[in-house]
Design a protein around this ligand. Structure first.
Ligand SMILES: [Zn+2]
Ligand SMILES: [Zn+2]
Length: 178
């Protein structure tokens, strides 16, 4: 177990011994940039991955634990969202497809074609993160969001629209009527 070494986006095939290679990282700098918007996209808490190789075919099995900083669709606040996801991939060298390798029979793992030289661990993890980002970003199910009129965060403050109306041009008319 190569614990907490510096994260590598690519693992050269020749670095994977016959008995396999297990890696463990407690950070993966830069992995979230470009996936999650904002100045602080969050951070990778843990990556575990074991690589086993037969010739140029590599089986990668592992898990990723990420704390993302997402922006709430309703109130626009940034909130933390943790994802823990297991993954399994079979990396197939590009040349194998031409030789008739049948990917359809490999339902236990995602099949990914690679260049036959370096296992693209960074790309695999990025894909996992993308798959785990929810479609709808809500800081919590009860979030009341922002008032489209006055912009008040309705979780913390009252809507000011009504008050604005009282002081607006129509208050004069209301005064006449009284
Ligand atoms: Zn919210
Ligand atoms: Zn309002």
């Amino acid at each position: 177990m190569e614990a907490s070494a510096n994260f590598r986006y690519h693992i050269p095939v020749e670095d994977i011994p016959d008995e396999g290679l297990c890696l463990s990282y407690d950070d993966a700098p830069g992995l979230l940039a470009g996936i999650i918007d904002g100045p602080d996209p969050g951070r990778v808490l843990r990556v575990n991955a074991c690589l086993n190789r037969v010739d140029d075919f590599i089986y990668v099995k592992g898990s990723i634990d990420v704390m993302m900083n997402l922006t709430c669709d309703r109130c626009l606040k940034i909130y933390p969202f943790e994802v823990k996801a297991p993954f399994a991939y079979l990396l197939v060298p590009g040349s194998a497809e031409k030789e008739g390798f049948d990917a359809a029979n490999r339902a236990d793992a995602e099949v990914l074609t690679y260049n036959g030289k370096e296992a693209p661990i960074g790309d695999i993890l990025k894909e996992q993160i993308l798959l785990q980002i929810p479609m709808r970003h809500v800081c919590n199910e009860e979030c009341k969001g922002m008032c489209p009129g006055c912009g008040a965060d309705l979780n913390d403050e009252l809507c000011r629209c009504k008050k604005d109306m009282d002081n607006g041009p129509f208050s004069v008319l209301r005064g006449l009527k009284a």
